[in-house]
Design a protein around this ligand. Structure first.
Ligand SMILES: NC(=O)c1ccc[n+]([C@@H]2O[C@H](COP(=O)([O-])OP(=O)(O)OC[C@H]3O[C@@H](n4cnc5c(N)ncnc54)[C@H](O)[C@@H]3O)[C@@H](O)[C@H]2O)c1
Length: 220
């Protein structure tokens, strides 16, 4: 059994992760950390082997550092910070994914395929109105991957924030007389759970740290 703690456990994603961990036969939910539950992450690190963090952009880097320094592996879902500065910190591994939904990974792979052939590209990302960062981590990651594949992502990335939305993105390529639109919609937070559980199972065996992107676990 993998002993799992959830950081941001009272939040929208954190609550969904707690249920998913409780439903997994090979995992045990041993801690729920969240200031809203009066429980600090640092107070529960001695009870867990892996922490899953879905907290806030302004606390996630510090949370990940605390895990690594305590020898606890960390699966990071919070978007916004640059986690590359945590390379070499502690004796544990950090896995980061800006999007844990398999469909979003496939959207990014499809965008990489299209970029060399139809380089002109615009990204529109749409999220619920409680999301703190913009553009989304998924959009920033897609732009990086498209540009690495030879595409030209127009500035700015368009961010829509409205009630009723969960997490959606359209990547549009334009060429002479044609466009190609690649769209992914997460209509429920459960869409992220298979990816989160996969990362919990695999984080201890990573050969380097941090590893960024679910594609490294799904397609690598
Ligand atoms: N990677 C993905 O697939 C994915 C998917 C959805 C959302 N997200 C990201 O996950 C993050 C959380 O989203 P949400 O909608 O659940 O937010 P939310 O506001 O519903 O929940 C955040 C929770 O973190 C708690 N928190 C605040 N400070 C904390 C700290 N220092 N330590 C631990 N917890 C703390 C808050 O009390 C709150 O309960 C956001 O950055 C969002 O963009 C990522």
């Amino acid at each position: 059994m993998i002993r799992v703690g959830v950081s941001g456990a009272a939040g929208r994603m954190g609550e969904t992760v707690c249920k998913a961990v409780e439903g997994a036969e090979d995992m045990e939910l041993t801690a729920r950390a969240d200031p809203a539950l009066d429980t600090a992450l640092t107070d529960v690190l001695d009870r867990v082997e892996v922490v899953v963090d879905f907290s806030r952009p302004d606390t996630a880097l510090e949370n990940a550092r605390a895990c690594l320094e305590a020898g606890v592996h960390c699966v990071m879902g919070t978007t916004g910070p640059d986690f590359s500065e945590l390379q070499g910190v502690g004796r544990a591994n950090l896995f980061v994914a800006p999007n844990f939904a398999v469909g979003a990974v496939l959207m990014m792979e499809a965008a990489k395929l299209a970029a060399p052939h139809m380089p002109e590209c615009e990204i529109i990302e749409l999220h619920h109105d409680g999301k703190l960062d913009a553009p989304s981590g998924t959009a920033a990651r897609t732009a990086l991957l498209v540009e690495e594949a030879g595409g030209n992502v127009h500035d700015p990335i368009h961010s829509v924030r409205l009630p009723g939305l969960v997490a959606h993105q359209e990547v549009i390529f334009g060429g002479t007389g044609q466009t190609l639109s690649i769209r992914h919609d997460s209509t429920a937070r459960e869409s992220f759970m298979p990816g989160v559980l996969l990362a919990v199972r695999r984080v201890s065996g990573l050969e380097s740290s941090p590893v960024v992107g679910l594609e490294h676990l799904l397609l690598g």
